[in-house]
Design a protein around this ligand. Structure first.
Ligand SMILES: [Cu+2]
Length: 277
């Protein structure tokens, strides 16, 4: 049996096969190494080969267990093995796939000098529900909340169509209307809008997002989070066609805590403590 696997993620995955050792056929011919774990690197393609001569249902999975639980697992059925523990194998396999597509939850908030900056997210392998907020301490800075519900589609899952809801409130003293780069006038001070959009993952994990709101306003954004600068330092940025921008630097102290400094075109410069779960 010959299988070609491709790693389209930016992580390495030690893929482990039960029941057999396999050869890794990557142009080494007779000298192909024999393994039962293949640590596949980002963007790597590998072909593995083994003689499926042992009857059974054999598990093939990523050995990083939370990847396995997020769906990186399959079963190779060799012959029609009657497993005494699994009378209904089709049902059991469905249950496995359901169990390994559990929703996971994350939340973070930056308690900063210029406001609260945070997000929460509920995701499984395909669906993503996320809310981001920027809550200022005064009316001039105002509030801004953006919510997106989307589904990653395609084999590579680089494209996510979504529906969104934006709500913002701000009081500058005058009701300020700003123009975006398409010449559309955007009411920024008190706005509630629903949107349809798509997000696409570009190389280097830069996300580009195109969104059209029910009032006709169009918005394009480019963003990237978690750019590793050093072992503990992460950078990020966002720019959009409303001429808003943000750049941040974050220093990871513990798994759930860090310090963050950022500059936001609406809220200015801020420094704070970032808590995440
Ligand atoms: Cu993995």
């Amino acid at each position: 049996m010959r299988i070609t696997i491709y790693n389209n993620s930016m992580m390495r995955h030690p893929m482990h096969l039960h029941g057999f050792d396999f050869r890794v056929i990557n142009g080494k011919g007779e000298k192909s190494p024999l393994k039962n774990v293949l640590d596949i690197m980002p963007m790597e393609t590998d072909t593995i080969e083994f003689l499926a001569n042992e009857e059974g249902d054999w598990f093939f999975h990523c050995h990083i267990l939370y990847h396995m639980m997020a769906g990186m697992n399959r079963v190779f059925a060799v012959d029609d093995y009657k497993n005494p523990l699994l009378p209904d194998k089709a049902k059991a396999y469905k249950m496995l796939q359901r169990e390994s597509n559990m929703p996971h939850f994350m939340i973070q908030n930056d308690f900063a000098t210029n406001g609260n900056d945070g997000e929460l997210m509920l995701m499984n392998a395909r669906w993503s529900l996320g809310t981001e907020w920027r809550l200022g301490y005064n009316n001039m800075h105002g509030y801004e909340v953006e919510t997106h519900l989307g589904r990653y589609i395609g084999k590579m899952q680089w494209l996510m169509p979504f529906i969104g809801f934006d709500w913002r409130y701000r009081k500058m003293g005058k009701d300020e209307h700003e123009k975006n780069i398409f010449g559309q006038v955007n009411k920024k001070d008190n706005r509630a809008a629903v949107s349809l959009g798509v997000m696409y993952t570009l190389p280097m994990l830069v996300n580009v997002q195109a969104e059209v709101y029910h009032d006709g306003i169009f918005r394009l954004s480019l963003m990237r989070e978690d750019i590793p600068v050093s072992k503990r330092l992460r950078a990020g940025f966002m720019v959009n066609s409303d001429l808003e921008y943000m750049a941040d630097l974050r220093y990871i102290i513990t798994r759930n805590m860090g310090v963050r400094t950022h500059y936001d075109s609406d809220m200015g410069f801020g420094a704070g403590v970032l808590i995440n779960y």
